[in-house]
Design a protein around this ligand. Structure first.
Ligand code: PEP
Ligand code: MG
Length: 559
Protein backbone atom coordinates (compact mmCIF):
# COMPACT_ATOMS: atom_id res chain seq x y z
CA UNK A 1 0.00 0.00 0.00
CA UNK A 2 1.26 3.48 -0.88
CA UNK A 3 -0.11 6.55 0.84
CA UNK A 4 -0.01 9.93 -0.88
CA UNK A 5 -0.94 13.29 0.57
CA UNK A 6 -2.34 16.16 -1.49
CA UNK A 7 -4.91 18.86 -0.91
CA UNK A 8 -8.57 17.83 -0.90
CA UNK A 9 -10.68 20.26 -2.92
CA UNK A 10 -13.93 18.38 -3.52
CA UNK A 11 -15.23 16.16 -0.73
CA UNK A 12 -16.25 12.54 -1.06
CA UNK A 13 -14.58 9.14 -1.31
CA UNK A 14 -13.86 7.55 -4.68
CA UNK A 15 -12.43 4.11 -5.34
CA UNK A 16 -11.40 2.62 -8.66
CA UNK A 17 -8.55 1.98 -11.08
CA UNK A 18 -6.04 4.79 -11.62
CA UNK A 19 -5.93 6.17 -15.14
CA UNK A 20 -3.60 8.76 -16.66
CA UNK A 21 -5.28 11.46 -18.76
CA UNK A 22 -4.35 11.15 -22.45
CA UNK A 23 -3.66 14.63 -23.71
CA UNK A 24 -4.56 15.23 -27.33
CA UNK A 25 -1.76 16.38 -29.61
CA UNK A 26 -3.66 17.44 -32.69
CA UNK A 27 -0.71 18.93 -34.53
CA UNK A 28 -1.10 17.92 -38.15
CA UNK A 29 2.12 17.58 -40.14
CA UNK A 30 2.17 17.62 -43.92
CA UNK A 31 4.50 15.10 -45.60
CA UNK A 32 4.79 12.81 -48.65
CA UNK A 33 4.00 9.12 -48.36
CA UNK A 34 5.76 6.24 -50.15
CA UNK A 35 2.81 3.89 -50.48
CA UNK A 36 -0.22 5.88 -51.68
CA UNK A 37 -2.47 2.85 -51.76
CA UNK A 38 -1.71 1.97 -48.14
CA UNK A 39 -2.33 5.61 -47.14
CA UNK A 40 -5.73 5.54 -48.88
CA UNK A 41 -6.61 2.36 -46.97
CA UNK A 42 -5.51 4.07 -43.74
CA UNK A 43 -7.97 6.88 -44.52
CA UNK A 44 -10.76 4.40 -45.32
CA UNK A 45 -10.24 2.61 -41.99
CA UNK A 46 -10.35 5.93 -40.09
CA UNK A 47 -13.47 6.98 -42.02
CA UNK A 48 -15.19 3.69 -41.12
CA UNK A 49 -14.28 4.12 -37.46
CA UNK A 50 -15.60 7.72 -37.46
CA UNK A 51 -18.90 6.52 -38.99
CA UNK A 52 -19.15 3.80 -36.34
CA UNK A 53 -18.47 6.32 -33.51
CA UNK A 54 -21.06 8.70 -34.93
CA UNK A 55 -23.62 5.89 -35.09
CA UNK A 56 -23.02 5.14 -31.40
CA UNK A 57 -23.34 8.84 -30.54
CA UNK A 58 -26.59 9.08 -32.52
CA UNK A 59 -28.03 6.14 -30.58
CA UNK A 60 -26.96 7.64 -27.25
CA UNK A 61 -28.43 11.03 -28.21
CA UNK A 62 -31.68 9.38 -29.35
CA UNK A 63 -32.08 7.66 -25.97
CA UNK A 64 -31.18 10.74 -23.95
CA UNK A 65 -32.63 13.60 -25.97
CA UNK A 66 -34.79 12.26 -28.80
CA UNK A 67 -34.71 12.03 -32.59
CA UNK A 68 -33.78 15.63 -33.26
CA UNK A 69 -30.59 15.38 -31.19
CA UNK A 70 -29.69 12.12 -32.95
CA UNK A 71 -30.10 13.76 -36.36
CA UNK A 72 -27.01 15.92 -35.86
CA UNK A 73 -24.79 12.85 -35.64
CA UNK A 74 -26.58 11.18 -38.52
CA UNK A 75 -25.89 14.27 -40.66
CA UNK A 76 -22.24 13.98 -39.65
CA UNK A 77 -22.25 10.32 -40.69
CA UNK A 78 -23.54 11.29 -44.13
CA UNK A 79 -20.90 14.00 -44.47
CA UNK A 80 -18.12 11.58 -43.59
CA UNK A 81 -19.03 9.45 -46.62
CA UNK A 82 -20.09 12.25 -48.96
CA UNK A 83 -18.76 11.40 -52.43
CA UNK A 84 -17.38 14.87 -53.28
CA UNK A 85 -15.64 15.07 -49.92
CA UNK A 86 -14.19 11.57 -50.36
CA UNK A 87 -13.08 12.30 -53.92
CA UNK A 88 -11.22 15.44 -52.82
CA UNK A 89 -9.40 13.39 -50.19
CA UNK A 90 -8.60 10.59 -52.63
CA UNK A 91 -7.06 13.14 -55.02
CA UNK A 92 -4.87 14.57 -52.27
CA UNK A 93 -3.60 11.13 -51.31
CA UNK A 94 -3.38 9.35 -54.67
CA UNK A 95 -2.53 12.25 -57.02
CA UNK A 96 -0.39 14.39 -54.72
CA UNK A 97 1.01 11.62 -52.50
CA UNK A 98 0.30 13.50 -49.26
CA UNK A 99 -0.36 11.95 -45.86
CA UNK A 100 -4.01 11.34 -44.96
CA UNK A 101 -4.29 13.59 -41.88
CA UNK A 102 -3.05 16.71 -43.66
CA UNK A 103 -5.30 16.02 -46.69
CA UNK A 104 -8.39 15.47 -44.48
CA UNK A 105 -7.61 18.57 -42.45
CA UNK A 106 -7.21 20.76 -45.55
CA UNK A 107 -10.27 19.27 -47.27
CA UNK A 108 -12.33 19.96 -44.14
CA UNK A 109 -11.22 23.61 -44.19
CA UNK A 110 -11.97 23.98 -47.92
CA UNK A 111 -15.46 22.48 -47.64
CA UNK A 112 -16.17 24.55 -44.51
CA UNK A 113 -15.19 27.75 -46.34
CA UNK A 114 -17.36 26.76 -49.28
CA UNK A 115 -20.42 26.19 -47.05
CA UNK A 116 -19.78 29.40 -45.10
CA UNK A 117 -19.85 31.40 -48.36
CA UNK A 118 -23.32 30.14 -49.35
CA UNK A 119 -26.39 32.36 -49.01
CA UNK A 120 -28.70 29.74 -47.52
CA UNK A 121 -28.39 29.73 -43.69
CA UNK A 122 -28.95 25.95 -43.68
CA UNK A 123 -25.80 25.38 -45.75
CA UNK A 124 -23.88 28.04 -43.80
CA UNK A 125 -24.54 26.04 -40.65
CA UNK A 126 -23.03 22.93 -42.30
CA UNK A 127 -19.64 24.68 -42.25
CA UNK A 128 -19.09 23.86 -38.56
CA UNK A 129 -20.35 20.30 -39.14
CA UNK A 130 -17.85 19.48 -41.87
CA UNK A 131 -15.04 20.85 -39.69
CA UNK A 132 -16.24 18.65 -36.85
CA UNK A 133 -16.34 15.53 -39.02
CA UNK A 134 -12.86 16.19 -40.42
CA UNK A 135 -11.55 16.83 -36.88
CA UNK A 136 -12.92 13.44 -35.80
CA UNK A 137 -11.25 11.61 -38.71
CA UNK A 138 -7.96 13.46 -38.12
CA UNK A 139 -8.06 12.50 -34.41
CA UNK A 140 -8.52 8.85 -35.34
CA UNK A 141 -5.65 9.02 -37.84
CA UNK A 142 -3.42 10.61 -35.18
CA UNK A 143 -4.43 7.98 -32.62
CA UNK A 144 -5.81 10.64 -30.28
CA UNK A 145 -8.26 9.52 -27.59
CA UNK A 146 -11.49 11.54 -27.72
CA UNK A 147 -12.24 13.12 -24.35
CA UNK A 148 -8.93 12.02 -22.81
CA UNK A 149 -10.19 8.65 -21.50
CA UNK A 150 -10.10 5.35 -23.36
CA UNK A 151 -11.49 2.97 -20.79
CA UNK A 152 -14.62 0.84 -20.64
CA UNK A 153 -14.91 1.15 -16.88
CA UNK A 154 -15.07 4.32 -14.74
CA UNK A 155 -11.68 5.45 -13.44
CA UNK A 156 -9.91 7.76 -11.02
CA UNK A 157 -8.39 10.22 -13.45
CA UNK A 158 -4.96 11.69 -12.87
CA UNK A 159 -3.15 14.43 -14.81
CA UNK A 160 -0.43 17.02 -14.29
CA UNK A 161 -3.20 19.60 -14.42
CA UNK A 162 -6.35 20.01 -16.46
CA UNK A 163 -7.31 23.16 -18.31
CA UNK A 164 -11.00 24.13 -18.01
CA UNK A 165 -11.39 23.41 -21.76
CA UNK A 166 -10.12 19.85 -21.15
CA UNK A 167 -12.28 19.32 -18.07
CA UNK A 168 -15.52 20.32 -19.79
CA UNK A 169 -14.87 17.86 -22.61
CA UNK A 170 -14.30 14.85 -20.36
CA UNK A 171 -16.80 12.01 -20.41
CA UNK A 172 -18.11 12.55 -16.85
CA UNK A 173 -19.73 9.11 -16.69
CA UNK A 174 -16.22 7.63 -16.78
CA UNK A 175 -14.83 9.62 -13.85
CA UNK A 176 -14.97 8.52 -10.22
CA UNK A 177 -12.41 11.00 -8.91
CA UNK A 178 -9.68 13.46 -9.93
CA UNK A 179 -6.04 13.68 -8.86
CA UNK A 180 -3.76 16.39 -10.22
CA UNK A 181 -0.04 17.02 -9.64
CA UNK A 182 -0.50 20.78 -9.74
CA UNK A 183 -3.65 22.88 -9.64
CA UNK A 184 -5.18 24.99 -6.92
CA UNK A 185 -8.38 24.95 -4.89
CA UNK A 186 -9.79 28.00 -6.64
CA UNK A 187 -8.86 26.92 -10.16
CA UNK A 188 -11.77 26.29 -12.50
CA UNK A 189 -11.00 22.58 -12.64
CA UNK A 190 -11.45 22.29 -8.86
CA UNK A 191 -14.62 24.40 -9.15
CA UNK A 192 -15.95 22.10 -11.87
CA UNK A 193 -15.17 19.01 -9.77
CA UNK A 194 -17.20 20.48 -6.90
CA UNK A 195 -20.07 21.39 -9.24
CA UNK A 196 -20.14 17.84 -10.60
CA UNK A 197 -19.83 16.36 -7.11
CA UNK A 198 -16.68 14.41 -8.01
CA UNK A 199 -14.09 13.88 -5.21
CA UNK A 200 -10.82 15.63 -6.12
CA UNK A 201 -7.31 15.97 -4.72
CA UNK A 202 -4.78 18.42 -6.14
CA UNK A 203 -1.11 19.28 -5.59
CA UNK A 204 0.29 15.74 -5.27
CA UNK A 205 3.45 16.69 -7.20
CA UNK A 206 5.24 13.66 -8.62
CA UNK A 207 3.95 11.19 -6.01
CA UNK A 208 1.59 9.45 -8.44
CA UNK A 209 3.90 7.37 -10.64
CA UNK A 210 3.14 6.19 -14.14
CA UNK A 211 3.62 2.55 -13.05
CA UNK A 212 0.59 2.86 -10.72
CA UNK A 213 -1.72 3.04 -13.72
CA UNK A 214 -4.46 0.42 -13.53
CA UNK A 215 -3.94 -0.22 -9.81
CA UNK A 216 -6.77 0.34 -7.37
CA UNK A 217 -6.77 3.72 -5.58
CA UNK A 218 -9.01 5.27 -2.96
CA UNK A 219 -9.24 9.06 -2.95
CA UNK A 220 -10.46 11.09 0.00
CA UNK A 221 -11.43 14.45 -1.48
CA UNK A 222 -11.93 15.91 2.00
CA UNK A 223 -8.56 15.17 3.65
CA UNK A 224 -6.56 14.98 0.42
CA UNK A 225 -5.32 11.48 1.23
CA UNK A 226 -4.87 8.91 -1.55
CA UNK A 227 -4.01 5.26 -1.10
CA UNK A 228 -2.73 3.10 -3.92
CA UNK A 229 -3.44 -0.63 -3.52
CA UNK A 230 -5.06 -0.12 -0.11
CA UNK A 231 -4.67 -2.84 2.49
CA UNK A 232 -7.73 -4.24 4.18
CA UNK A 233 -7.54 -1.86 7.18
CA UNK A 234 -7.27 1.28 5.00
CA UNK A 235 -10.06 0.07 2.77
CA UNK A 236 -12.34 -0.51 5.72
CA UNK A 237 -11.55 2.89 7.27
CA UNK A 238 -12.23 4.74 4.04
CA UNK A 239 -15.36 2.76 3.24
CA UNK A 240 -16.65 3.44 6.77
CA UNK A 241 -16.05 7.12 6.11
CA UNK A 242 -17.95 6.86 2.84
CA UNK A 243 -20.85 5.35 4.76
CA UNK A 244 -20.67 8.20 7.31
CA UNK A 245 -20.81 10.75 4.51
CA UNK A 246 -23.81 8.96 3.06
CA UNK A 247 -25.59 9.09 6.42
CA UNK A 248 -24.78 12.78 6.82
CA UNK A 249 -26.18 13.42 3.35
CA UNK A 250 -29.36 11.52 4.28
CA UNK A 251 -29.68 13.72 7.37
CA UNK A 252 -29.16 16.88 5.30
CA UNK A 253 -31.89 15.75 2.89
CA UNK A 254 -34.38 16.50 5.66
CA UNK A 255 -33.60 20.18 5.22
CA UNK A 256 -35.04 20.21 1.73
CA UNK A 257 -37.94 22.60 1.48
CA UNK A 258 -36.92 24.44 4.67
CA UNK A 259 -36.10 28.16 4.59
CA UNK A 260 -32.57 29.58 4.93
CA UNK A 261 -33.33 31.58 8.06
CA UNK A 262 -31.08 32.06 11.07
CA UNK A 263 -32.31 31.54 14.63
CA UNK A 264 -32.85 35.28 15.00
CA UNK A 265 -34.87 35.47 11.80
CA UNK A 266 -32.38 36.75 9.23
CA UNK A 267 -32.91 35.14 5.87
CA UNK A 268 -30.51 34.77 2.98
CA UNK A 269 -31.09 33.32 -0.47
CA UNK A 270 -28.99 30.24 -1.24
CA UNK A 271 -28.46 29.79 -4.97
CA UNK A 272 -26.15 27.63 -7.08
CA UNK A 273 -23.22 28.01 -9.43
CA UNK A 274 -23.45 26.01 -12.65
CA UNK A 275 -21.39 25.53 -15.81
CA UNK A 276 -23.90 24.11 -18.26
CA UNK A 277 -27.64 23.45 -18.67
CA UNK A 278 -27.29 19.82 -17.50
CA UNK A 279 -26.17 21.04 -14.05
CA UNK A 280 -29.69 22.34 -13.39
CA UNK A 281 -30.87 18.92 -12.28
CA UNK A 282 -28.32 18.93 -9.41
CA UNK A 283 -29.50 22.43 -8.46
CA UNK A 284 -33.07 21.18 -8.16
CA UNK A 285 -32.00 17.92 -6.54
CA UNK A 286 -30.21 19.90 -3.82
CA UNK A 287 -33.07 22.38 -3.44
CA UNK A 288 -31.11 25.42 -4.66
CA UNK A 289 -33.30 28.53 -4.60
CA UNK A 290 -32.06 29.73 -7.97
CA UNK A 291 -28.94 29.96 -10.11
CA UNK A 292 -26.65 32.69 -8.82
CA UNK A 293 -23.93 32.15 -11.40
CA UNK A 294 -24.13 30.37 -14.73
CA UNK A 295 -20.59 30.57 -16.11
CA UNK A 296 -21.67 30.95 -19.74
CA UNK A 297 -18.10 30.70 -21.03
CA UNK A 298 -18.22 26.92 -20.48
CA UNK A 299 -20.64 26.77 -23.42
CA UNK A 300 -17.97 28.42 -25.52
CA UNK A 301 -15.27 26.07 -24.15
CA UNK A 302 -17.26 23.04 -25.25
CA UNK A 303 -17.49 24.26 -28.86
CA UNK A 304 -14.92 24.20 -31.64
CA UNK A 305 -16.15 27.48 -33.05
CA UNK A 306 -18.16 30.50 -31.87
CA UNK A 307 -21.52 29.20 -30.62
CA UNK A 308 -24.28 30.71 -32.74
CA UNK A 309 -27.09 32.87 -31.36
CA UNK A 310 -29.54 29.97 -31.77
CA UNK A 311 -27.27 27.49 -30.03
CA UNK A 312 -26.86 29.84 -27.06
CA UNK A 313 -30.54 30.74 -27.02
CA UNK A 314 -31.47 27.03 -26.71
CA UNK A 315 -29.00 26.54 -23.84
CA UNK A 316 -30.17 29.61 -21.88
CA UNK A 317 -33.81 28.82 -22.58
CA UNK A 318 -33.31 25.30 -21.23
CA UNK A 319 -31.83 26.59 -17.97
CA UNK A 320 -34.59 29.18 -17.57
CA UNK A 321 -37.45 26.82 -18.34
CA UNK A 322 -36.01 24.02 -16.18
CA UNK A 323 -35.67 26.48 -13.29
CA UNK A 324 -39.30 27.57 -13.64
CA UNK A 325 -40.00 30.84 -11.86
CA UNK A 326 -36.72 30.74 -9.92
CA UNK A 327 -34.15 33.47 -10.51
CA UNK A 328 -31.27 32.64 -12.91
CA UNK A 329 -28.19 34.86 -13.07
CA UNK A 330 -26.30 34.30 -16.30
CA UNK A 331 -22.85 35.79 -16.44
CA UNK A 332 -21.76 37.03 -19.85
CA UNK A 333 -18.67 35.54 -21.42
CA UNK A 334 -15.68 35.43 -19.05
CA UNK A 335 -12.84 33.96 -21.07
CA UNK A 336 -9.17 34.76 -20.90
CA UNK A 337 -6.79 34.00 -18.01
CA UNK A 338 -6.95 30.20 -17.47
CA UNK A 339 -10.00 29.83 -19.72
CA UNK A 340 -8.43 30.03 -23.16
CA UNK A 341 -10.33 29.27 -26.35
CA UNK A 342 -8.35 28.62 -29.56
CA UNK A 343 -10.90 29.99 -32.01
CA UNK A 344 -10.85 33.43 -30.37
CA UNK A 345 -7.26 33.74 -31.67
CA UNK A 346 -6.26 35.95 -28.78
CA UNK A 347 -2.62 37.02 -28.77
CA UNK A 348 -0.47 35.35 -26.12
CA UNK A 349 -0.08 37.53 -23.05
CA UNK A 350 2.57 37.79 -20.35
CA UNK A 351 -0.05 38.22 -17.61
CA UNK A 352 -3.32 36.79 -18.93
CA UNK A 353 -5.18 37.15 -15.60
CA UNK A 354 -4.68 40.88 -15.91
CA UNK A 355 -5.07 41.01 -19.64
CA UNK A 356 -7.68 40.84 -22.31
CA UNK A 357 -10.44 38.92 -20.59
CA UNK A 358 -14.15 38.84 -19.83
CA UNK A 359 -16.00 42.16 -20.35
CA UNK A 360 -12.86 43.67 -21.91
CA UNK A 361 -13.07 41.18 -24.80
CA UNK A 362 -16.83 41.76 -25.10
CA UNK A 363 -16.46 45.53 -25.33
CA UNK A 364 -13.55 45.27 -27.77
CA UNK A 365 -15.38 42.75 -29.96
CA UNK A 366 -19.00 43.87 -29.76
CA UNK A 367 -20.12 41.47 -32.50
CA UNK A 368 -19.41 38.54 -30.16
CA UNK A 369 -21.10 40.30 -27.23
CA UNK A 370 -24.13 41.23 -29.32
CA UNK A 371 -24.71 37.60 -30.32
CA UNK A 372 -24.69 36.56 -26.68
CA UNK A 373 -26.93 39.43 -25.55
CA UNK A 374 -29.46 38.66 -28.29
CA UNK A 375 -29.54 35.01 -27.21
CA UNK A 376 -29.95 36.06 -23.56
CA UNK A 377 -32.77 38.53 -24.17
CA UNK A 378 -34.58 36.07 -26.45
CA UNK A 379 -34.32 33.45 -23.69
CA UNK A 380 -35.55 35.95 -21.07
CA UNK A 381 -39.11 35.37 -22.31
CA UNK A 382 -38.94 31.84 -20.83
CA UNK A 383 -38.08 32.50 -17.18
CA UNK A 384 -36.67 34.84 -14.59
CA UNK A 385 -33.38 36.08 -16.04
CA UNK A 386 -30.71 38.36 -14.55
CA UNK A 387 -27.67 39.26 -16.66
CA UNK A 388 -24.31 39.85 -14.99
CA UNK A 389 -21.09 41.36 -16.37
CA UNK A 390 -17.72 40.04 -15.11
CA UNK A 391 -14.37 41.78 -14.44
CA UNK A 392 -15.68 45.30 -14.14
CA UNK A 393 -13.27 48.03 -13.03
CA UNK A 394 -14.95 51.26 -14.19
CA UNK A 395 -18.32 52.93 -14.49
CA UNK A 396 -17.87 53.57 -18.22
CA UNK A 397 -17.55 49.83 -18.93
CA UNK A 398 -20.92 49.20 -17.31
CA UNK A 399 -22.53 52.07 -19.21
CA UNK A 400 -21.16 50.76 -22.50
CA UNK A 401 -22.43 47.23 -21.74
CA UNK A 402 -25.86 48.61 -20.80
CA UNK A 403 -25.98 50.60 -24.02
CA UNK A 404 -25.41 47.39 -26.00
CA UNK A 405 -28.26 45.76 -24.07
CA UNK A 406 -30.55 48.65 -25.03
CA UNK A 407 -29.55 48.32 -28.70
CA UNK A 408 -30.26 44.59 -28.65
CA UNK A 409 -33.67 45.14 -27.05
CA UNK A 410 -34.54 47.70 -29.70
CA UNK A 411 -33.54 45.27 -32.45
CA UNK A 412 -35.67 42.51 -30.97
CA UNK A 413 -38.65 44.83 -30.63
CA UNK A 414 -38.27 45.80 -34.27
CA UNK A 415 -38.09 42.14 -35.27
CA UNK A 416 -41.16 41.33 -33.18
CA UNK A 417 -39.21 38.89 -30.99
CA UNK A 418 -40.48 38.75 -27.40
CA UNK A 419 -38.24 39.33 -24.36
CA UNK A 420 -38.84 40.08 -20.69
CA UNK A 421 -38.96 43.75 -19.73
CA UNK A 422 -37.81 43.14 -16.15
CA UNK A 423 -34.38 41.55 -16.73
CA UNK A 424 -32.13 42.74 -13.91
CA UNK A 425 -28.61 43.85 -14.85
CA UNK A 426 -25.81 43.31 -12.37
CA UNK A 427 -22.05 43.20 -12.14
CA UNK A 428 -19.49 41.01 -10.48
CA UNK A 429 -17.38 42.70 -7.87
CA UNK A 430 -14.11 40.89 -8.34
CA UNK A 431 -11.55 43.65 -8.68
CA UNK A 432 -10.48 46.00 -5.89
CA UNK A 433 -11.36 48.89 -8.23
CA UNK A 434 -14.98 47.72 -8.46
CA UNK A 435 -15.19 47.29 -4.68
CA UNK A 436 -13.76 50.74 -4.01
CA UNK A 437 -16.05 52.28 -6.65
CA UNK A 438 -19.09 50.31 -5.49
CA UNK A 439 -20.85 53.47 -4.26
CA UNK A 440 -20.83 54.78 -7.84
CA UNK A 441 -21.39 51.43 -9.55
CA UNK A 442 -24.43 50.72 -7.37
CA UNK A 443 -26.21 53.59 -9.11
CA UNK A 444 -25.79 51.86 -12.47
CA UNK A 445 -27.08 48.35 -11.79
CA UNK A 446 -29.72 46.24 -10.03
CA UNK A 447 -27.37 43.98 -8.09
CA UNK A 448 -23.79 43.07 -7.19
CA UNK A 449 -22.34 39.58 -6.92
CA UNK A 450 -18.91 39.33 -5.31
CA UNK A 451 -16.47 37.02 -7.08
CA UNK A 452 -14.22 36.30 -4.14
CA UNK A 453 -11.92 34.00 -6.14
CA UNK A 454 -10.71 36.86 -8.29
CA UNK A 455 -11.26 39.50 -5.61
CA UNK A 456 -8.80 37.61 -3.40
CA UNK A 457 -6.37 37.16 -6.29
CA UNK A 458 -6.35 40.83 -7.25
CA UNK A 459 -6.54 42.30 -3.74
CA UNK A 460 -3.67 40.20 -2.42
CA UNK A 461 -1.75 40.18 -5.73
CA UNK A 462 -1.73 36.39 -5.42
CA UNK A 463 -2.25 34.07 -8.41
CA UNK A 464 -5.31 31.88 -7.73
CA UNK A 465 -3.89 29.17 -10.03
CA UNK A 466 -0.66 28.78 -8.07
CA UNK A 467 -0.99 26.23 -5.30
CA UNK A 468 2.58 26.96 -4.14
CA UNK A 469 1.49 30.35 -2.82
CA UNK A 470 -0.25 28.38 -0.07
CA UNK A 471 -0.96 30.54 2.97
CA UNK A 472 -0.39 33.78 1.04
CA UNK A 473 -3.61 33.14 -0.90
CA UNK A 474 -5.94 33.80 1.99
CA UNK A 475 -9.56 34.69 1.18
CA UNK A 476 -10.08 35.32 4.93
CA UNK A 477 -7.60 38.21 4.79
CA UNK A 478 -9.17 41.28 6.41
CA UNK A 479 -8.51 43.27 3.24
CA UNK A 480 -10.90 40.96 1.37
CA UNK A 481 -13.50 40.87 4.15
CA UNK A 482 -13.43 44.65 4.59
CA UNK A 483 -13.98 45.10 0.86
CA UNK A 484 -16.97 42.76 1.06
CA UNK A 485 -18.43 44.85 3.87
CA UNK A 486 -17.82 48.06 1.95
CA UNK A 487 -19.56 46.59 -1.10
CA UNK A 488 -22.55 45.37 0.96
CA UNK A 489 -22.93 48.77 2.64
CA UNK A 490 -22.78 50.61 -0.68
CA UNK A 491 -25.26 48.21 -2.27
CA UNK A 492 -27.77 48.67 0.53
CA UNK A 493 -27.34 52.46 0.70
CA UNK A 494 -28.40 52.46 -2.93
CA UNK A 495 -31.22 49.97 -2.54
CA UNK A 496 -29.76 47.08 -4.52
CA UNK A 497 -29.04 43.49 -3.45
CA UNK A 498 -25.62 41.95 -2.99
CA UNK A 499 -24.49 38.34 -3.24
CA UNK A 500 -21.32 36.26 -3.14
CA UNK A 501 -20.71 33.75 -5.92
CA UNK A 502 -17.02 32.98 -5.32
CA UNK A 503 -16.02 29.79 -3.50
CA UNK A 504 -15.89 31.68 -0.20
CA UNK A 505 -19.70 31.72 -0.15
CA UNK A 506 -19.65 28.04 0.86
CA UNK A 507 -17.05 28.53 3.60
CA UNK A 508 -19.08 27.69 6.70
CA UNK A 509 -16.58 29.38 9.02
CA UNK A 510 -17.66 32.71 7.49
CA UNK A 511 -21.43 32.25 7.31
CA UNK A 512 -22.01 34.37 10.41
CA UNK A 513 -19.70 37.06 9.02
CA UNK A 514 -21.68 37.17 5.77
CA UNK A 515 -24.96 37.39 7.67
CA UNK A 516 -23.51 40.12 9.90
CA UNK A 517 -22.52 42.31 6.98
CA UNK A 518 -25.91 41.73 5.38
CA UNK A 519 -25.14 39.62 2.32
CA UNK A 520 -28.50 38.89 0.64
CA UNK A 521 -27.56 35.89 -1.48
CA UNK A 522 -24.91 33.17 -1.38
CA UNK A 523 -24.33 31.21 -4.58
CA UNK A 524 -22.48 27.93 -4.07
CA UNK A 525 -21.90 24.58 -5.76
CA UNK A 526 -25.13 22.53 -5.67
CA UNK A 527 -23.79 20.04 -3.12
CA UNK A 528 -23.03 22.89 -0.70
CA UNK A 529 -26.64 24.12 -0.51
CA UNK A 530 -27.85 21.85 2.29
CA UNK A 531 -24.73 22.09 4.53
CA UNK A 532 -24.97 25.89 4.16
CA UNK A 533 -28.68 25.83 4.97
CA UNK A 534 -27.93 23.82 8.11
CA UNK A 535 -25.27 26.34 9.15
CA UNK A 536 -27.56 29.34 8.54
CA UNK A 537 -30.39 27.74 10.54
CA UNK A 538 -28.03 27.12 13.48
CA UNK A 539 -26.64 30.68 13.46
CA UNK A 540 -27.80 33.37 15.87
CA UNK A 541 -26.48 36.57 14.36
CA UNK A 542 -27.79 38.79 17.17
CA UNK A 543 -25.28 37.10 19.46
CA UNK A 544 -22.20 37.62 17.30
CA UNK A 545 -22.79 40.54 14.92
CA UNK A 546 -21.25 43.23 17.10
CA UNK A 547 -18.11 41.23 17.80
CA UNK A 548 -17.69 40.23 14.15
CA UNK A 549 -18.03 43.82 12.93
CA UNK A 550 -15.62 45.06 15.62
CA UNK A 551 -13.08 42.38 14.64
CA UNK A 552 -13.45 43.32 11.01
CA UNK A 553 -12.79 46.98 11.81
CA UNK A 554 -9.60 46.22 13.75
CA UNK A 555 -8.45 42.69 13.07
CA UNK A 556 -5.23 41.88 14.93
CA UNK A 557 -4.61 38.37 13.70
CA UNK A 558 -3.75 38.81 10.06
CA UNK A 559 -2.22 42.22 9.62
C1 PEP B 1 -14.87 34.61 -8.88
O1 PEP B 1 -13.91 35.17 -9.41
O2 PEP B 1 -15.01 34.52 -7.64
C2 PEP B 1 -15.92 34.00 -9.71
C3 PEP B 1 -17.03 33.56 -9.18
O3 PEP B 1 -15.69 33.86 -11.03
P1 PEP B 1 -14.66 32.78 -11.63
O4 PEP B 1 -14.27 31.84 -10.52
O5 PEP B 1 -15.33 32.08 -12.73
O6 PEP B 1 -13.51 33.62 -12.08
MG1 MG C 1 -13.94 35.62 -11.53
Amino acid sequence: MISIQGKGVSTGIAAGPLYFFRRADLTVRDFKVEDRDAEWQRFKAAQAKAIEQLGELAEKARKEAGDEAAMLFETHQMMAEDLDYEEAIENGIREEGRNAESVVSDTGEQFAAMFAAMDDPYFQARSADVKDVSGRIVSILLGVVQGGIDSDVPVVLTADDLAPSETVQLDKSKILGFITSGGSGSSHTAILARTMGIPAVIGVGDQVKKEYEGREVIVDGGTGNIVVEPDEAARQTLMAKKEQLRKRQAMLEQLKGKPNVSKDGQSVRVYCNIGNPEDVHTVLENDGGGVGLFRSEFLYLECDDYPTEDYQFEAYKKVLTDMGDKEVVIRTLDIGADKQIGYFNLPKEENPAMGNRALRICLNRPEIFRTQLRALYRASAYGHLCIMFPMVTSVWEVREAKKLCEQVKKELTKEGIPYAEDVQLGIMIETPAAAVMSDRLAKEVDFFSCGTNDLTQYTLACDRQNNDLGRFFNPHHPAVLRLLKMVADNAHKNGIWVGICGELGADLTLTETFLSIGIDELSVSPRSVLPLRQKIREADVRQCREQILADLACDQTQI
